[in-house]
Ligand binder design. Sequence first.
Ligand SMILES: Cc1cc2nc3c(=O)[nH]c(=O)nc-3n(C[C@H](O)[C@H](O)[C@H](O)COP(=O)(O)O)c2cc1C
Length: 169
Amino acid sequence: MASQLTTAPAPTPTEWRAAMGYFPTGVTVVTTWRRGAPLGSTVSAFCSVSLEPPLLLICLDRSNPCCSPVAECGVFGVNILADDSGDLARRFAVAPELERFEGQPFGSLEGGAPQLHAAPIFIDCVVETTSLAGDHFIVVGRGVRIERTSAAQPLLYHAGRFLRFDSCG
Ligand SMILES: Cc1cc2nc3c(=O)[nH]c(=O)nc-3n(C[C@H](O)[C@H](O)[C@H](O)COP(=O)(O)O)c2cc1C
């Protein structure tokens, strides 16, 4: 007899997005290089994977312009955004790729990824593995350098809105 689970209708993309969007996240800009030019994309699908060694993962939509460059150059950066960076998050999600870094101070170490000066925390990563899961790539990176440049509060994202962190404690 088929279980109730297998006969139940699968969640629709709309239902899935609503359920996943209920889970609050921080917001990052993932950066890398394409033919020597900086490239970046707003990414909330980010989490720690392992402490020793220090591994993290990001999920990139197969159509995300960072997918091939990350795989090709083998490095990427995770810029964790501050609570005053909602505009920056929007810019790295919707502005034309070539305009995203315009007027935006950034730097990099030799062999490292672009570091946005506006981000309080930056993690330089080397690609460990990439795997396709549905319509996204899961990219596992090894953190090789962390830079903390300010104690600003993180930007939050919930139900399609950017929110400011307000400690309950
Ligand atoms: C808050 C927020 C979170 C996002 N998270 C992700 C993500 O985790 N993975 C991803 O591939 N795209 C994510 N996106 C969408 C990408 O930023 C966007 O599709 C991409 O930068 C568009 O580039 P294109 O217009 O050049 O295709 C997110 C967008 C926003 C606004």
